[in-house]
Design a binder for this molecule. Structure first.
Ligand SMILES: O=C1O[C@H](COP(=O)(O)O)[C@@H](O)[C@H](O)[C@H]1O
Length: 260
């Protein structure tokens, strides 16, 4: 477990640009070291903001898009192409404009896909896909992702792990079907905390006033069942990327001195 490190930026636009630059560097470094990189994308406003910023980042062409594996931390269980699906939004924000290898874009199943409306079967299939990609040196039956990103919901949810729901208590499976999510749609597919914690780096994105309470709660010692964001950490690094509005309710003891 790595202790959270915080970086606070002036506003959400700067946060998205700085996070995009940071992500480019991680991907380029991983590709230089191992030949490929793996990143877990998040849905939500902050995740899509980062992808949009990545699309216009000056160093975007330093990435070899064909040697990048993309996975998702969660998905809204809706028909293929639904505008509310996280993958649809990610495609619109960036993915449709970069030369990715389609075989390396690991979208979660849709509700009109091979598993039909069976969200648990869809989750089990995604767990199998992850397990097939994991190697002997990996952990918990998933690949060791270079970076796994998570948007933080105003209720402290991350991926589709909502406070007090069974999914956040899962200790064995890497992917679960989520029933009765308090944020629409009620059916979702989500990585679990054990899968999230197998990532090398976990980045939590929180920008905007509506994230201030969630950040303060998660970073002040709350339990992960009550505040799922508190249970999200990476093997070597846990990085909270915030803007000033989201950081506004953090205890002063946590607020980093050198924020830009
Ligand atoms: O529904 C979801 O919400 C969270 C947070 O979204 P935000 O718009 O409040 O930033 C997101 O991280 C998750 O992937 C998504 O499915």
């Amino acid at each position: 477990m790595s202790a959270p490190q915080l970086v606070v930026h002036r506003d959400k636009e700067l946060m998205a640009q700085a996070a995009a630059a940071r992500l480019i560097t991680k991907i380029v470094d991983a590709q230089a070291t191992r030949g490929s990189a793996s990143v877990v994308l998040t849905g939500g406003r902050n995740g899509n903001g980062l992808l949009t910023a990545l699309g216009t980042a000056p160093a975007r062409d330093a990435v070899d898009w064909s040697r990048l594996d993309l996975w998702w931390g969660d998905e809204r269980f809706l028909p293929e192409g639904d505008p509310e699906r996280n993958v649809t939004q990610a495609r619109e924000a960036l993915l449709d404009r970069v030369p990715l290898d389609p075989a390396r874009v690991h979208a979660m199943p849709a509700s009109d896909g091979p598993y039909g409306a069976d969200v648990d079967a869809a989750a089990a299939a995604y767990a199998e896909e992850l397990a097939a990609a994991a190697g002997p040196g990996d952990h918990a039956g998933v690949p060791t992702f270079d970076v796994l990103m998570l948007g933080v919901g105003p209720d402290t949810h991350v991926a589709s792990l909502f406070p007090e729901l069974p999914a956040v208590r899962e200790t064995e499976r890497t992917v679960v079907g989520v029933h009765g999510a308090p944020k629409p749609p009620p059916l979702r597919v989500s990585l679990t905390l054990p899968a999230i914690r197998a990532a090398n780096e976990v980045w939590l994105l929180a920008a905007g006033e509506d994230k201030a309470k969630a950040a303060a709660i998660a970073l002040s010692g709350a339990g992960e069942v009550q505040a799922p964001a508190a249970g999200a950490y990476g093997r070597s690094r846990t990085l909270w990327l915030l803007d000033a509005a989201a950081a506004s309710e953090l205890p002063r003891s946590l607020y980093p001195p050198a924020s830009a």
